[in-house]
Unconditional design. Structure first.
Lengths: 434, 145
């Protein structure tokens, strides 16, 4: 098995030395160039010079998505606009997304880390990769495209949707590698079978590189079975670089972190204390090569653990275990991040709706789906069913245009939803119910 | 001429009609006419009762969304083609019928009566007064005091 970069198999000491050097550079960069960070450092009573080793990282402030929102759009950028060559933004957020920028060098690093991940997954220059992530502000599609081209693979930029055409192209172009979210990949497989194509016999797929949403071993088994592929998962988020932070090798021992570009820590999400390796907690990532948007100790809100024991693939980098959940209530529907509070924002902005509603998350086939029960409060809607239908359509339309999600909507009688004592249980996750 | 009808939002679920009629029964409200069309998930239950204000109050207290809508009650006269005459007349006058359903009155003899909602009730009254149909005054529908 090929290893793309010699940076993936350095000794632990060599990796740590690179990490420390780059961390120091990053700390000075944010302190000098980003006033918001300078203030955060001052508030925390720490100066970049106080960091004498990687073990001192706990002294540094943590960064959250909220910090990015507060600084919308470019407040945390450490480079002037004329050095930015690309912008992306987080998926599925209302009004103000979190904006990320890349310098030429950032794009180069991004391309490099994806090349490593694709190689880990088994992809080579012989392969043809079909990207089913949406090309747009979302980082997924562009990130994979650059890295796959770097290793010489042929990229088919299909973007998302158009399921039947995806399958036709897959057959005609002899796609060997499928790139997308695991849930969409399963949906694609189902569609293939529906139109009389057996992916294992009629198509040419060998690998699947999945990301954008968490997935389980059961999901992997289903993907392998449905497509006849070797499925791997990779990890990233737009704030950190996009996809490219970490990925699984074919030994499937966890996702190898590109540690010369990212430092990972695990903290207790309550006390914020750093936990020893192997403990389960919130993943904290510090990108240490980024020029345009360097972030210090970014709280991913993903729950996992780290493992730096040797891997049979020959890489020496620390691995992230499969994510076991998130610290907050964010939903990921078809790769789009949605907070219940955003759904509430949409609903409450519509006249004729009571403040009581319930969001149910279910599985329809392999896809996660949201169902929203909304209480009808306005008696003026009772003049004709047309008005009720119009309300129904307005809700559906706003959820689609504002949040980018499709939800099943149910108008229900007032007071028919369960009232909870204290904090309302707005979201009911029924995905694991049979 | 206009009669207060109760429009109630209901979900298409078991027991909903039972709930609503129970509330009315407890308040001794008599149902003169009832209409609900099949729908996938929700619909509007329409009721003509002898005491619309009381009916609306008890249903609201029971947590329902209720609207009082003004409808017409008609005796179309019992002969072949009378409804046809009626609807053609409204059409000629460019009046749209939103819904129509039938009902009976106590001591009702002869033809069933109809409840009519158009997009212009005032104009419909004027037009219908020139026809063979008999408009039933609200006091005949409401409880006799």
């Amino acid at each position: 098995m090929k290893i793309w970069s010699d940076k993936e198999s350095l000794s632990r000491d060599e990796i740590k030395a690179i990490q420390f050097t780059r961390l120091k550079e990053t700390l000075h960069r944010v302190y000098d160039k980003v006033p918001y960070y300078k203030q955060m450092f001052i508030d925390k009573g720490v100066h970049p010079d106080d960091i004498k080793s990687l073990d001192d990282m706990h002294l540094l402030p943590l960064t959250t998505k909220e910090d990015l929102r507060k600084n919308y759009p470019f407040g945390l950028f450490a480079k002037p606009k004329n050095e930015i060559v690309r912008y992306h933004a987080s998926s599925g957020t209302t009004g103000k997304p979190t904006v990320v920028g890349y310098t030429k060098n950032d794009i180069e690093v991004w391309t490099e880390v994806i090349a490593r991940l694709a190689t880990m997954a088994g992809v080579t220059a012989e392969d043809t990769a079909q990207i089913t992530f949406g090309f747009g502000l979302f980082t997924g599609a562009f990130g994979l495209q650059q890295g796959l081209e770097r290793i010489g693979a042929g990229v088919i930029p299909m973007s998302s949707g158009n399921t039947q055409k995806q399958i036709m192209i897959m057959q005609d172009f002899q796609t060997t590698t499928l790139i997308g979210t695991p849930s969409y990949a399963l949906h694609l497989a189902e569609t293939a079978y529906d139109i009389g194509i057996d992916p294992k016999k009629d198509l040419f797929l060998k690998y699947g590189l999945f990301g954008g949403e968490g997935s389980t071993e059961e999901m992997r088994n289903k993907l392998n079975e449905a497509w006849g592929i070797f499925a791997t998962e990779n990890y990233g988020m737009s704030e950190l670089i996009g996809p490219g932070v970490a990925g699984e090798c074919q030994a499937l021992t966890g996702m190898h972190i590109c540690e010369d570009h990212f430092i990972a820590e695990i903290i207790d999400p309550e006390t914020l204390e750093v936990l020893p390796e192997g403990s389960v907690g919130e993943l904290i990532i510090t990108p240490i090569s980024k020029e345009a948007l360097p972030l210090i100790r970014y709280r991913t809100k993903d729950i996992t653990r780290l493992d730096s024991s040797p891997c049979s693939c020959g890489r020496t980098t620390t691995r992230i275990a499969k994510l076991s959940g998130r610290t907050d209530d964010m939903l990921i529907i078809g790769g789009v991040n949605v907070f219940p509070s955003q759904i509430e924002g949409v609903l409450l902005g519509i006249e004729g709706i009571g403040s009581n509603y319930q969001i149910r998350v279910l599985k329809k086939g392999y896809l996660d789906k949201i169902e929203i029960d909304v209480e009808v409060a306005n008696s003026d809607l009772l003049d004709s069913v047309t008005l009720l239908d119009a309300l129904y359509n307005e809700i559906a339309h706003k959820l689609t245009t504002v949040l980018g999600i499709h939800a099943g909507i149910h108008l229900v009688e007032p007071k028919s939803l369960t009232r909870s004592e204290g904090k309302a249980k707005r979201v009911i996750d029924q995905r694991n119910e049979k | 001429m206009l009669i207060n009808q109760l429009s109630v939002f209901i979900e298409n679920k078991k027991g909903r009609l039972c709930d609503i009629t129970s509330s009315l029964k407890k308040a001794s409200v008599d149902i003169r006419a009832i209409s609900v069309f099949d729908s996938s998930e929700f619909g509007i239950l329409r009721l003509v009762v002898d005491q619309p204000e009381v009916g609306a109050k008890v249903l609201r207290e029971a947590g329902h969304v209720v609207k009082l809508a003004q409808v017409l009650a008609l005796d179309p006269s019992d002969k072949i083609g009378s409804l046809n005459d009626l609807f053609c007349l409204l059409y000629e006058q460019n009046i749209n019928v939103e819904y129509v359903y039938s009902f009976v009155m106590p001591n009702n003899t002869g033809s069933p009566l109809i409840i009519l909602k158009t997009d212009d009730q005032e104009k419909a009254i004027k037009v219908l007064q020139t026809s063979d149909a008999i408009l039933i005054p609200s006091k005949n529908v409401y409880q006799q005091k």
